[in-house]
Design a protein. Structure first.
Length: 314
C-alpha cells in the first residue's frame, strides 16, 4: 500500500481508502450479514487501508463501522464522516442541528473524536450560507477536540463542473483541510480548476466515486460512449463501438476498472481514492490496481484528449 499526505493535515493516508456510501453502503444494499460486514472492514485494515469515510446519511454505516472497529486501536485508522446541511432542497436553519449530528455520529461510531468532519454535498447556491451559518459551530467542535479537521464535499451529479469545490477553494481555502470530489476517466473536469487550486493551497483531496457505475458496467459504458458520439461530445471515429475502452487493458492494467483506479490516483493533488465495494474480492483487486498508480503516458494522454473537456454527471 502506498501512502500520501492529506494536504495540510499532515496525516499519512492510504492511497486506497474505504467509503461506506455509494450503492452498497457497506453491504446494506447487497445483503451482507453483520459478520460479513465486520469481515469486510477488517479486510480493509489487513490490506493496510487506514482511511475510512462515512456519513450521517449512509443508512446504518456509522453504526456498522462502530461495531466492526470495536477493539481496534483508535490511532491505527483515520475516521471521516459528514453532516448534511440540507434537508431536501432547503438549507437547514439551526447550528444546533450540526451539534446534534456530530454527537450522534460519535455515539454510533463509538468514538471520542472524528478525524475529518465534512459538510456533505454542498451545492454552489448554498455555499456562502453554509459557511456563515455552520462553520463557526464546526470550529467550536474542533476546539473542543470532538473533531480534528474540517472538510467539504460536493453533490457531483448536480454539479459536474465542481462549482462548489472551486468556489470553496477560491473564496476560503484557509477554511478547508479537505475537499471531496469526483475525478476519473469519464469525469476529468476537476483538473481544470478544482484540483490545481487544492494543490496550490495544500488542501487534501478525497477522490470519490471515480470508477462508480459506467466503468464497471460494460453495456452502460458502451451506451454512454455511443450517446457522446451521437451528440458530438467526442468524435464519432474516436473509439470503437464495441468495448470502447478495451485498448487501455494491457501490461499491468488488467481491466477497465483497474485503469479507472490508476487514472483516478494519477494526479498530484489527489491524496486518496475511495472505493466502496461490498465484495472482498473486488476490494482486493482495487487495492492491487493501485500498487502501481499510473497508466502508460500515451494512454493517459489519449484519455485526456478524449474526455478532458467534458463536464458530465456520470
Amino acid at each position: 500500500m502506498q501512502y500520501r499526505t492529506l494536504g495540510r493535515t499532515g496525516l499519512e493516508v492510504s492511497l486506497v481508502s474505504y467509503g461506506s456510501g455509494g450503492p452498497s453502503k457497506l453491504g446494506q444494499s447487497t445483503g451482507l450479514t453483520a459478520a460479513e460486514q465486520d469481515a469486510l472492514v477488517r479486510r480493509c485494515l489487513d490490506l493496510r487501508i487506514n482511511f475510512i469515510d462515512s456519513a450521517a446519511g449512509y443508512g446504518d454505516s456509522e453504526e456498522i463501522l462502530g461495531r466492526a472497529l470495536e477493539g481496534i486501536p483508535r490511532d491505527s485508522y483515520i475516521m471521516a464522516t459528514k453532516f448534511p446541511p440540507r434537508k431536501g432542497d432547503e438549507l437547514k436553519e439551526e447550528p444546533a442541528e450540526l451539534l446534534a449530528s456530530v454527537e450522534r455520529s460519535l455515539s454510533r461510531l463509538r468514538m471520542d473524536y472524528i478525524d475529518v468532519m465534512q459538510f456533505h454535498g454542498v451545492r454552489p447556491e448554498h455555499y456562502e450560507a453554509v459557511v456563515e451559518r455552520f462553520y463557526p459551530t464546526m470550529k467550536e467542535l474542533q476546539e473542543q477536540g470532538k473533531i480534528r479537521f474540517i472538510g467539504i464535499s460536493e453533490q457531483f451529479f448536480a454539479d459536474p463542473a465542481h462549482r462548489s469545490m472551486t468556489l470553496a477553494l477560491q473564496r476560503h481555502p484557509e477554511l478547508w483541510d479537505t475537499v471531496m470530489l469526483k475525478y476519473g476517466i469519464l469525469n476529468q473536469y476537476a483538473a481544470k480548476e478544482a484540483l490545481p487550486l487544492a494543490e496550490k493551497h495544500n488542501v487534501g483531496v478525497l477522490n470519490m466515486a471515480s470508477v462508480r457505475v459506467k466503468l464497471t458496467r460494460p453495456d452502460e459504458l458502451q451506451e454512454l460512449i455511443a450517446e457522446w458520439k451521437q451528440r458530438g461530445a467526442i468524435p464519432p471515429d474516436s473509439l470503437p463501438d464495441q468495448d470502447p475502452l478495451g485498448w487501455v487493458v494491457r501490461g499491468d492494467v488488467d481491466s477497465v476498472v483497474s485503469a479507472g483506479y490508476k487514472f483516478a490516483a494519477d494526479h498530484p493533488a489527489v491524496s486518496t481514492v475511495i472505493t466502496g465495494t461490498s465484495r472482498i474480492e473486488n476490494l482486493e483487486r482495487n487495492v492491487a490496481a493501485l500498487e502501481q498508480p499510473v497508466l502508460p503516458a500515451e494512454d493517459k494522454e489519449r484519455l485526456v484528449e478524449l474526455f478532458g473537456e467534458l463536464a458530465e454527471g456520470v
